[in-house]
Design a protein around this ligand. Sequence first.
Ligand SMILES: CC(C)(COP(=O)(O)OP(=O)(O)OC[C@H]1O[C@@H](n2cnc3c(N)ncnc32)[C@H](O)[C@@H]1OP(=O)(O)O)[C@@H](O)C(=O)NCCC(=O)NCCSC(=O)c1ccc(O)cc1
Length: 139
Amino acid sequence: MPFTISKPLRFGDCDITGIAYHPAYLSMLVDVNEAMFASVGISWKELLVERRIGLPTVTLNLEFKLPSTYGDVLDFEVHVRAMGRSSLDLETVVRVRGDVIWTVKQRIVATSLDNHKSHPWPHDVRAGLSRYLEPLDEA
Ligand SMILES: CC(C)(COP(=O)(O)OP(=O)(O)OC[C@H]1O[C@@H](n2cnc3c(N)ncnc32)[C@H](O)[C@@H]1OP(=O)(O)O)[C@@H](O)C(=O)NCCC(=O)NCCSC(=O)c1ccc(O)cc1
């Protein structure tokens, strides 16, 4: 089962003609990542500030297929493709009115904010996100 969420494209996300500006998509993606963790009870604020676990992205492969414009509602569908010792592979499909407008494959790595090295996923994070686990060969 993927994690799903919808977000409207706002004025500040677009160029002067109303077409989405791609850095705004990246900012939306971070919000979607945070919302996915929150949906399984994991607060990024607590993870970063209290538990000192960082969540840097190490790879990001985006493909833009169609433009979207001011006022469109973007429907995000996030699949967890794999969870390693400290890595998390996500594949996100973004649609407007059913049409795929962009996709992204992303690897996030859990790190210690004390030494900035990789850190094993805490048990509660792994258990929570496994709800969305759909390895590619089973998708
Ligand atoms: C993440 C790192 C600390 C990992 O370094 P190491 O501790 O030496 O890595 P390891 O060799 O142990 O590998 C750890 C895992 O990462 C995976 N990994 C690490 N680098 C890569 C790359 N380049 N490709 C694919 N997989 C990778 C690796 O396969 C391991 O997976 P597991 O087996 O599942 O554990 C280091 O690569 C790094 O600092 N990279 C820079 C990250 C960065 O600056 N990203 C840019 C944006 S910053 C950002 O997104 C962000 C920062 C802070 C936040 O709070 C939130 C977001």
